[in-house]
Design a protein around this ligand. Sequence first.
Ligand SMILES: *[C@@H]1O[C@H](CO)[C@@H](O)[C@H](O)[C@H]1NC(C)=O
Ligand SMILES: *[C@@H]1O[C@H](CO)[C@@H](O)[C@H](O)[C@H]1NC(C)=O
Ligand SMILES: *[C@@H]1O[C@H](CO)[C@@H](O)[C@H](O)[C@H]1NC(C)=O
Length: 373
Amino acid sequence: MIRFSLLLGLLALVPSCWSTSIPVPPLLLSPSCNDSQVLSMADLALQGINEDRKEGYMFSLNRVADVREHHQTGSASMYYLTLDVLETNCHVLSKKRWKDCGTRTLHTTVYGQCKAIFYVNLPKRILHLPAYNCTVRPVSRWKIVRMCPDCPIPINVSRPGVSEAVSESLEKINKEVAVGKKFYLFQVTQASSQWVYGPSYFVEYLITEAPCIIPLTDSKKCLEPPADSKPVGICKGSLSKIHEIQHVSGTCEFFQTQPTSAPGSHPSEHQVPQQQAFPSTAAPLEERPKGSVQFLPELVDEKNEGDQEKEPFIDFPVHMDLTTAPLGEVLHLPSSFMLQKEEMPVVIPFPERSRSDKCPGPAENSNSLILPP
Ligand SMILES: *[C@@H]1O[C@H](CO)[C@@H](O)[C@H](O)[C@H]1NC(C)=O
Ligand SMILES: *[C@@H]1O[C@H](CO)[C@@H](O)[C@H](O)[C@H]1NC(C)=O
Ligand SMILES: *[C@@H]1O[C@H](CO)[C@@H](O)[C@H](O)[C@H]1NC(C)=O
């Protein structure tokens, strides 16, 4: 209420101070969350988030939960986006487009919300993501078990059985795929297990590689990968024991920069260089967005009644503020964008949800188990 009257008071002042440098109070538009322009901004913002991340799986857009638009000088706009996201089955290092990635099966879904500030200046051909923050959680396990008691359930990667599944499948991959080199485990990224006449483990892990000394066929004459080696691909493996018979599987997908001719491997099909809408990780630090992803444990359904004094529980808390100044402040964009001083956009504290009937937009997957409230 206080803020509202302050805003009105300042609005009354606007005409008299138009020519001075006193900032004009922000007038925010609330476009529809199903608007095609908004959807393409959300697409690009999420692409920028995925490209900035170093670990985990890419996010896909489930729906635009909210959007506010703040017009800027020079036919530009600053968008304040709240996006409901789902983890895909592509690792961020694969550098694919999130639209080319599939989502996970319901029982292994990780879902959550991102807030992003996105600056668009079409006359100057600028698409810039100054900041984002996301919070995600795995789908509630007990709800899944109730629905599907036999589905594979995500487990902690340090649980027993996981490392055996990794080493058995990696050994199979090394026998069948590696030529002149050997693959080594870099990091286990995901694990799940299931009981079907015996235990089954499903794992995903990043691999690194090292060359082998001639003769190439002798896998014992391989070097250890250097300590600073980078992941070259991601593998899926499984190990199951059914009626005492062990079954092992393993396949890998190699990342784009990885020149590979290994038979049986699946080099990335999306070799076409993407539009460089965003600076790569090699870009100067000032052009990279500020942001991170917070992973929280699954939600447990406990309504703490009688505890009204406490602050309301927020399922997906996402803190996102580039400024705390109520009227905002000038956001200094990198000089490579060639904006004059007076063309620099203004950024304001991340606005409250618009609560308009045009938001949230339609969801790709509207299952209530994976939609943030
Ligand atoms: C997995 O287990 C390890 C060791 O028990 C623990 O430190 C880690 O926090 C667990 N990870 C998750 C995601 O629960
Ligand atoms: C993103 O979240 C982190 C942790 O909650 C916080 O420290 C950081 O300031 C946030 N970033 C922005 C740009 O608000
Ligand atoms: C969203 O927009 C699309 C295309 O404009 C339209 O077909 C669809 O019905 C809209 N959905 C909602 C929920 O408004």
